[in-house]
Design a protein around this ligand. Sequence first.
Ligand SMILES: [Zn+2]
Ligand SMILES: [Zn+2]
Length: 336
Amino acid sequence: MRAALYTGPKRLDVVSRDLRPLRDDEVLVDVEACGICGTDVHIVEGTSRSSPPVVLGHEYAGRIVDTGKGVTSHALGERVAVDPNIACGECAYCRRGLVHLCSSLRALGVDIDGGMAEFCIVPAAQLYALGEDMAPEVCAFVEPVSCAVHGIDKAHIAPGDAVIIIGGGPIGQIMLQLARVAGAAFTVLVEPVAEKRALAAASVASRVVDPHDTDVGDAVFEDLPEGADVVIECAGLPSTAQLALKLARRGGPVEFFGVCPIGSTLPLEPHQVYFKELTIVGSYINPHTFSRAIALLQQGRVVVKDFPIARFPVDGVHEALRYHRENRTLKSIIVP
Ligand SMILES: [Zn+2]
Ligand SMILES: [Zn+2]
């Protein structure tokens, strides 16, 4: 089968490889769609942790075409989404229920061969049944939606709140929709790319702001003189993280959801944190949120079918990454 194999910084090759036999608790998934995200780009650039050699791809879904002898919870032919994050179940964090903070966390597509391939071997415990209703490309969004759901849980949006999302990539667009689901009355997207602003304005954004064209603070304080009740940073830049602190009202939580480069820093005025009584929260991956992500997509509470996507075969993975880096599509998806 064809697979996108990462072997070390800046080294990603499409290779033909044989599949090993299944262990008793594993299934073989015929991959229908696998999304590419910023984490994949960071891994290939060597700026995000991984365990090469490894087949990339952690946002994927497909159909079960073989099962190990001990698998009873899923059947041949079933369509499934894959939660890529595998917690050990034994460390101090796992025993406190904080599986996403597991000291020995391993992930399919990061440490173990993932879904940018025609087939993928997956432990049955990582599978979630999808049914037949959603298009394959929509199924590839279950994992990013599950991460966004954890972010929304941690942001504590109350009904009627004004929420600002910084960054209008797939995650920012999903966050906007989830903020509405959580009860936000007024939502603002801050995003420099016109197409992404237009997409948000056509879905649920009350207002979109171009940071290259306007002073974001002035624009936001026009509508929200005190600042926003909740600010969620989804761009992953120190400058936008700093902006998030400025846009929050006194007492308003600020969430750093976007992934800033390791080692990057921002100037922080402790007095501002003190005087505004800010709460800065992080959000990391997707503990126990996969079922809710599937429900939100299946029930149309989160709608991704209108997102501009670009499809590529496994052999087109370099092109897919280039489309992502150059902002030529909202989402690159490998369709083996
Ligand atoms: Zn991802
Ligand atoms: Zn653990």
